[in-house]
Ligand binder design. Sequence first.
Ligand code: PLP
Length: 384
Amino acid sequence: MSAPFRRIDTQLVHAGEPLPRIAGAVEMPIFQSATYEYAGEGSYHDVRYLRTNNTPSQLALHEKIAALEGAAAALVTASGMAAITTTLLTVLAPGDHLLAQRCLYGGTHDFVTSEFARLGIACDFIDAERRDTWRDRLRPNTRAVYVEAMSNPLLEVPDLEGIAQFARDHRLTALIDNTFATPVNFRPLALGFDLSLHSATKYLNGHSDIVAGAVAGDAATIERIRHTANHLGGSLDPHAAFLLKRGLKTLALRVRFQNESTLKIAQFLEAHPAVARVNYAGLASHPGYERARRLFAGCGGVLSFELEGPPERAEEFAHRVRIPTVAPSLGGVHTLLTRPATTSHAGLARAERERLGISDALLRLSVGIEATEDLLEDLKQALG
Ligand code: PLP
């Protein structure tokens, strides 16, 4: 169905949508039904039921997200963590070993470090920017390598070409969390990654009103992940599916605007005397600048920065801004401000945070779709 929809803007609107239109409805209705009439399905996983991830709202999203990622198939889940945990538990078995990027999203890092051992799965962390160090970490039972398109909150860009090649050379499954880049800015499967994961809570939905997740890849692996998901039960409900599909339609418009707006804000902050450091891969000063220019269509809507002076200044600044809401999460239409040391990375000891470059003074800004000029004026008054 998605063959004529070659460009992402058209895929976002049309891919996966039912044809002929249901009762002529331009927008697909919400299929608020847990179960469907038996039609001779032969296997447990084919029974049409919300938890088995094969109902109309879910199937439309699977086809749309697969088209966006240039994948053969996709699966939506009840949260980003449901997509990540279900995928890792499908790809890895007891006795297997995973190589994972050091600075992962806190929830993923926690899952790997606190649950893997009792499941008999081992994990080593790697510096994903230094390909010369990876081989030493390889074991005969290494099965997969896991990275994020851009790290949170320092926006580091791993050596993504190197990771894809390393996975090919050593027959590993290459997984990437593509939440921060989105398929508008980066399509990892085209570079050689096997599976692309999302917290669809963030940009894909884009309105901070649901939690959802997704994984895209080859049909056989996605079918295996769907079977695991059917057992674990983290399926997406029809109303959230409707909102996610609606949000997706404006993904390209939102992300391109956020790319531009965030770059302007990053440039403004970098030039401001009250700001000590800005992390944004769209800035020439960022170590990932060249790689991001080569691989990404844009650097997304998240940046982080540190103010000059004592860490308390970060707290004062957060009280002074008027447009951003001080809240965790990212990727929505509202601008959100957080201090990673007290939210996403609160689980790490201070020494570990500092080792990773996440100081108590660091602020992370997720730029929404408000007027860039209004945000700049607000940041200017808050910086005093
Ligand atoms: N991956 C990244 C990069 C994230 O930032 C998050 C959440 O913040 C997740 C995964 C987890 O997603 P969710 O909160 O939808 O479970």
